[in-house]
Design a binder for this molecule. Sequence first.
Ligand code: CUA
Length: 151
Amino acid sequence: LDEKIWLTLSFGMIMVFMLFTGYQAVALGMGPPSHKETIDPQKVDQTAPFDEPGIKQIGENEYEVVMTLQIFSFTPMNLEIPAGSTVHFTLTSKDVVHGFQVADTNINTMVMPGHIQKITQKFDEPGEYLVLCNEYCGAGHQAMSTTITVK
Ligand code: CUA
């Protein structure tokens, strides 16, 4: 009888844990900052704004970057912006889950296929900022990086 109680208890705890994890994933959109917009990962190239990835100036010291992540690169690569710029990133993945981490900033997020991730960051200090994928995405994961040059 004792064993049955423990089995039931541990099974119950596993269920509660799974429900909680599932709830967190849905409620938090897999970690902030996140955005609830969705996109068909098969049609990224044909879906605005990702049909025209790139950098666009939208105000004085304000830029919009539309970027796709795919094994094993970022599009566009090697961005350049003037110091003091605020950059609004709009990101999605074309295949698997990638990461978008920018060294020396607070940017560190997952980029998932089917989801649009939006992040805003101000770049004050001139320098070369390393951009890394921090989610294992396959054999070329280690090489998935680029830079943002602030000058
Ligand atoms: Cu993309 Cu790791």
